[in-house]
Design a protein around this ligand. Sequence first.
Ligand SMILES: NC(=O)c1ccc[n+]([C@@H]2O[C@H](COP(=O)([O-])OP(=O)(O)OC[C@H]3O[C@@H](n4cnc5c(N)ncnc54)[C@H](O)[C@@H]3O)[C@@H](O)[C@H]2O)c1
Length: 381
Amino acid sequence: MDRRSVGIVMNGVTGRMGYRQHLVRSILAIREQGGLTLADGTVVWPEPVLVGRNAAKLEQLAEQHGLTRYTTDLAAALADESNEIYFDAQVTTARVAALRQAIAAGKHIYTEKPTAETLEEAVALANEAKAAGIKHGVVADKLYLPGLLKLRRLVESGFFGRILSVRVEFGYWVFEGDWQAAQRPSWNYRTEDGGGIILDMFPHWRYVLDHVIAPVRSVYAQAATHIPQRWDERGQAYPATADDAAYAVLELEGGIIASVNSSWTTRVDRTELVTFHVDGTEGSAVAGLRNCRVQHRASTPKPVWNPDLPVSHDFRDQWTEVPENDVYDNGFKRQWEEYLAHVVADAPYGHDLYAGARGVQLAELGLQSAREGRKILVGDL
Ligand SMILES: NC(=O)c1ccc[n+]([C@@H]2O[C@H](COP(=O)([O-])OP(=O)(O)OC[C@H]3O[C@@H](n4cnc5c(N)ncnc54)[C@H](O)[C@@H]3O)[C@@H](O)[C@H]2O)c1
């Protein structure tokens, strides 16, 4: 059995996503399972180098997880030939410069979204990576959620007939930070620091809609900063300059209409923090992170509008749960495994920096639409 070590420079591992989903739930989980076994029997063994700005934090993280390699010197980590991959989960504003540095050093790239703050930079990065001949991948974790895998299965089976519309409801209340600590980092609420729900979430909506339902063709978005003042990690009040909610209408290929609400300022009255409600001529479905429920044309009840009578249906009871029929591993880990197989054995990998740029494109056009108050076509890149 051949064992193939792959050094991975992991930048931003002290952050929420970098630590939990990428280091612990993906790279360390792959090591715990004995590595990643490829089709030819080769076992890929990821060797992370933790990179960040604070040596003490990195040392503590490394020690906690039995790792030995960490540094605050990104250039030195990139200069080490055994490190083949650069991974980025830093704050969004730090991403482009670091990716460029890694591309220039000849490393393969794997990165969190959004890949850049502007479409121009996102496309330039993709072009530079292509010219350098390196392998590049961007996180598209929502596609690996059990709820969306079930929804995709339904679409592929023809369950819906002709799809008419999609309603995406995403959101929850993010505490302001005064009397209860905020559960998201404060930079998310400052435009000047790469924050805003449109830049954060529209890249996700792009690949989800493109891949699960149909390609996105236009966007109209209304953005809001509902909460103008928040309190940061040190308890200091700061003006919230970024959008904390966005109400969008998108047209997809085939005349499908998607209404997409994204909000950090709503209280949850849904079964999950995100739901995708798809209506088709033959049936409808509501998918969340884990579950997916369906109602077929043949079992659709006949509600009759009569405000004089109390509701006689329990509407939620009229849906049927889609069975698991599969084992769902952590989506971030599954994507890491696909990307590692892409780097080591040239296995196909769909979500490259161009796909990442399409996500940034939808965010940029969404913000432009909100500023100008008009619908904007989403052209091919
Ligand atoms: N795929 C997803 O579902 C998902 C979810 C949340 C966030 N993200 C993305 O992941 C990235 C990180 O988000 P997060 O929520 O983990 O953020 P975070 O604030 O928790 O972590 C940010 C990381 O960047 C580092 N950093 C580097 N330069 C910095 C600077 N100048 N100021 C502050 N921190 C700096 C921090 O040390 C930390 O390790 C963002 O680009 C975000 O869009 C993706």
